[in-house]
Write a protein that binds this ligand. Structure first.
Ligand code: ZN
Length: 292
């Protein structure tokens, strides 16, 4: 039984030819079709969900009740600590701390900030910070802690003349049918020497091996599944280029009391994931294309 609407559709990113790749059931039992572009290698849902469907998905329930796919309680101290831990690890790998030392203007915009855990981290380091997200309840929780967050849709939002030295976009791009417009707007808001840090799930080797059982194949929340090749093409169309990239996550989770054999395999798999971009997440640093 197949649900594919067509044997070939246009890739929403590069207009190349996309072919049926796999099918998966969403939480409510509805089957979604994932196509793969033969040109840029993007995996994408077809048809793409409408904005209204997605908007309702990210209101209060996503961050509280949907523990299997969203967050069991995004505002808890435990989740905050884990968000900050991943953030610090990524910042180290992105060579952020060295760059930060030499910066004069430290202004951050986080696009898709949720309750602002990462925004709070930068604010505590003395950065001028701003976060934006459509999830109103999350934004309210962050604002109650004194964070500078806006509950609004990023694309139509008017930032005036404001530009930022750093724009971050963590694990959000895969949720956005308008990913191209998001990246183009981030490029416009960037100071000439500014940087964009972006992470998203990665169709690396481990994703390919696991196929339909891959842990990040969350339909219909994740509408796009990138890798470095498709991200490079997307960046280029927004006047940006990738200057640094790495991946992490082999799918071997940290287990207490794991056997030495498991620990060894995990260590090897994590190392390979990182250096060969095989991992489940990819992190990139983008700069304006003309910047050396
Ligand atoms: Zn494509």
């Amino acid at each position: 039984m197949t649900h594919y609407l067509a044997q070939e559709v246009h890739c929403p990113l590069c207009q190349g030819a996309s072919k049926p790749h796999l099918e998966k059931k969403g939480a409510d039992g509805k089957v979604f079709s994932v196509y793969r572009c033969t040109r840029c290698t993007l995996w994408h849902l077809h048809p793409l969900p409408k904005d209204a469907e997605l908007f309702s998905l990210y209101q209060s329930n996503y961050f509280k009740a949907r523990s299997d796919r969203g967050y069991s309680d995004y505002t808890s101290k435990k989740v905050e600590a884990s968000v900050v831990q991943t953030l610090q690890k990524n910042l180290t790998d992105l060579n952020f701390f060295k760059w930060e030392l030499a910066l004069h203007e430290k202004s951050l915009l986080e696009v898709g900030c949720a309750a602002g855990h990462a925004v709070g981290y930068f604010a505590a380091r003395g950065w001028e910070t701003e976060g934006i997200d459509i999830a109103e309840e999350m934004v309210d929780r962050g604002r109650a802690r004194g964070l500078n967050l806006i509950a609004a849709d990023f694309l139509p939002f008017d930032f005036g003349e404001k530009k930022f030295s750093l724009i971050t976009h963590w694990a959000t791009l895969e949720h956005l049918p308008n990913a191209r417009l998001f990246l183009a707007k981030m490029a416009e808001l960037l100071l000439p020497e500014g940087r964009i840090y972006l992470s998203t799930c990665n169709t690396g080797l481990f994703a390919k091996i696991r196929g339909v059982d891959w842990r990040y194949l969350n339909v219909p929340e994740h509408v796009y599944y990138f890798n470095k090749k498709s991200l490079t093409r997307l960046a280029k169309s927004s006047g940006l280029s990738i200057v640094r990239s790495f991946s992490y996550g082999s799918g071997f989770t940290t287990r207490e009391n794991a056997s030495w054999g498991y620990k060894l395999i995990k260590r090897i798999a994590d190392t390979l994931a990182r250096y060969f971009l095989w991992g489940d997440m990819v992190v990139v640093e983008l700069r304006k294309a003309y910047y050396p």
